[in-house]
Design a protein around this ligand. Structure first.
Ligand SMILES: Cc1cc2nc3c(=O)[nH]c(=O)nc-3n(C[C@H](O)[C@H](O)[C@H](O)COP(=O)(O)OP(=O)(O)OC[C@H]3O[C@@H](n4cnc5c(N)ncnc54)[C@H](O)[C@@H]3O)c2cc1C
Length: 406
C-alpha cells in the first residue's frame, strides 16, 4: 500500500450497526463496498423474518443494483407489470400506473415485489462475501456510551467499540430511545392483517404479476406476488380500535379476518381463506423526528422515520438511508460527526415528506364515498387521475442515491 493509500485507509472509520434488518444490512453492504469496515449486531439468532412481502420501487432497486445485488434479487422476486385499483364491492378495476418495462424506461430500474426472507438472504450473503464475520447474530444491543470521538455499543453480554454507531434497530429502537427519550406513538384506529399464501390456492385469474390495491369504506387490501410467483402477499387494513399491539409476530384467526371483510368481493375472500397464519399489526403514527444524530451516533430506517405503510416506502427509505450514510462516511470519513450531520440533512426532509404522504393516503384509501358504486367511480376518477398519481409518486421513484448531494 502507498503512503497516501495508507493515510486514507487510516482515516476511515470503523462503523458499528445496531440491527440487521433491511436498512442495517444495506448500510453494512454499502459501507463495505466503499471500503469502510463495519460490524452488525442483530438480536435475532437467524436472519429470518416472519413471512411477508415488500414492494421495492425504482428508487430502492436503483440502490440495490448499485450495490451489485439487483440481479440475484430479481431471480428470486417478481417484477410487477403494473399496479391497479379495485373496488371493494364489485371488483371493478382501474389502472394505477404501468410498471415492468415502463418502470425501466421511466426510471432506469425495475419495480420488484419481494419476499422479505429473500431480500435479507441476498443482502446478508453479499455482506458476508465482503467480510465473512461482519454479522453478529443473537446479540441484543442494550445501549451505548460516547467518549473522545469513540462510541461503545453495549450488548446483553459484552460490548464493542468503534468510531460511529448507526441505530438501525427498527420502530422500537433502543438507540433512538437513548438519544431522544421514549417516543409518543399515536394509535391511528387502524389495524393491518398480514399474510402470505400459496399462489396455487387462488383462482387462475388472480395469479398475475401486478400489485393490486382494493379500496373501500373503512378498509383496504394490498396484494402482490412474491418469490418467483409462488406466493401471494396479503395486507389488509381495517378501521378497528380494539387491537393496539405493534408487532411482527402477533397472530389472529381466519374467522376474525373473514369478519373484518364481510361484504367484500369474492377475490378478497379467496385470499383470506388460503392464508395459513394471519398476523395482526396495530398501525401507530409518529411525527418525524427533528434530529437523528448526536455526536458519532445516528439512526436510519424505521428507527428515525417509522411510517404508515400506505406509500409502500418504509423499507425503500431504509435502503436509501443505508446507501447515503455510507456515501457520507466515505466522503467525510475523517470527520465522523460532520459525515453523520451531512447524511441527516440529506435525508430528513425527504423522509418526513414520505411519512406525511403515507398518512394522507389513509383517508384516500378508506373514503366513505367508496361505499356506493356511482359515487365511487367519480371519486376514483378524481383521486387517481394520472396527474395526481404522478404528483404522489414521481418524486419518490426518481430519487438517485448514487448522485444526490450530501
Ligand atoms: C404491513 C406492512 C407493510 C409494509 N409494506 C412495505 C412495502 O411494501 N414497501 C416498503 O418499502 N416498506 C413497507 N413496509 C415498511 C417496512 O417494513 C419497514 O419500513 C422496514 O422494515 C424498515 O426497515 P428497518 O431496517 O429500518 O427496520 P426493521 O426491518 O424493523 O429491522 C430492524 C432490525 O433490528 C433488529 N433489532 C431491534 N432491536 C434490536 C436490538 N436491541 N439489538 C439488536 N438488534 C435489534 C430487529 O430484530 C430487526 O432485524 C411495511 C410495513 C408494514 C407494517
Amino acid at each position: 500500500m502507498t503512503i497516501t493509500a495508507q493515510r486514507q485507509a487510516d482515516a476511515r472509520p470503523h462503523v458499528l450497526i445496531a440491527g440487521g434488518g433491511i436498512g442495517g444490512l444495506t448500510a453494512a453492504l454499502a459501507l463495505l463496498r466503499m471500503g469502510i469496515d463495519v460490524d452488525v449486531y442483530e438480536q435475532a439468532a437467524e436472519l429470518r423474518e416472519v413471512g411477508a412481502g415488500v414492494q421495492l420501487s425504482a428508487n430502492g432497486t436503483r440502490a440495490l443494483y448499485a450495490l451489485g445485488v439487483g440481479e440475484s434479487l430479481k431471480a428470486l422476486s417478481c417484477e410487477a407489470m403494473g399496479k391497479e385499483i379495485r373496488l371493494w364491492s364489485t371488483g371493478q378495476t382501474w389502472k394505477l400506473f404501468d410498471l415492468g418495462a415502463a418502470s425501466n424506461e421511466r426510471y432506469g430500474f425495475p419495480y420488484f415485489t419481494v419476499y422479505r426472507p429473500d431480500l435479507l438472504e441476498v443482502l446478508a450473503s453479499a455482506v458476508r462475501r465482503e467480510k465473512p464475520d461482519a454479522l453478529h447474530l443473537a446479540t441484543k444491543c442494550t445501549g451505548f456510551t460516547q467518549a473522545d470521538d469513540r462510541v461503545t455499543l453495549h450488548f446483553d453480554r459484552g460490548a464493542a467499540t468503534g468510531d460511529a454507531l448507526i441505530g438501525a434497530d427498527g420502530v422500537h429502537s433502543r438507540i433512538r430511545e437513548q438519544l431522544f427519550g421514549a417516543d409518543q406513538p399515536e394509535f391511528t384506529g387502524l389495524m393491518a392483517w398480514r399474510g402470505t399464501l400459496p399462489m396455487n390456492r387462488l383462482p387462475a385469474h388472480m395469479a398475475r404479476l401486478v400489485g393490486t390495491n382494493w379500496i373501500g369504506p373503512g378498509g383496504h387490501v394490498v396484494h402482490y406476488p412474491l418469490h418467483r410467483g409462488e406466493l401471494m402477499n396479503f395486507v389488509g387494513v381495517v378501521e378497528r380500535a380494539d387491537w393496539r399491539i405493534e408487532s411482527w409476530s402477533a397472530r389472529g384467526t381466519t374467522a376474525e379476518l373473514t369478519r373484518d371483510y364481510l361484504g367484500w368481493h369474492d377475490d378478497v375472500h379467496a385470499m383470506i381463506r388460503s392464508i395459513p397464519a394471519p398476523f395482526k399489526w396495530a398501525l401507530m403514527s409518529r411525527l418525524p423526528l427533528e434530529r437523528w444524530t448526536v455526536g458519532c451516533v445516528t439512526l436510519l430506517g424505521d428507527a428515525c422515520h417509522p411510517t404508515l405503510p400506505f406509500l409502500a416506502q418504509g423499507a425503500v427509505m431504509a435502503i436509501e438511508d443505508g446507501y447515503v450514510v455510507a456515501r457520507a462516511l466515505k466522503e467525510y470519513g475523517a470527520d465522523v460527526r460532520l459525515a453523520l450531520e451531512r447524511y441527516e440533512s440529506a435525508r430528513r426532509d425527504r423522509t418526513a415528506r414520505m411519512v406525511r404522504g403515507s398518512a394522507d393516503n389513509t383517508q384516500r384509501f378508506h373514503n366513505r364515498r367508496l361505499a356506493e358504486q356511482a359515487e365511487a367511480e367519480r371519486y376514483i376518477a378524481q383521486e387517481w387521475a394520472e396527474e395526481r398519481v404522478s404528483d404522489r409518486y414521481e418524486w419518490l421513484f426518481r430519487y438517485d442515491v448514487t448522485t444526490v448531494a450530501i
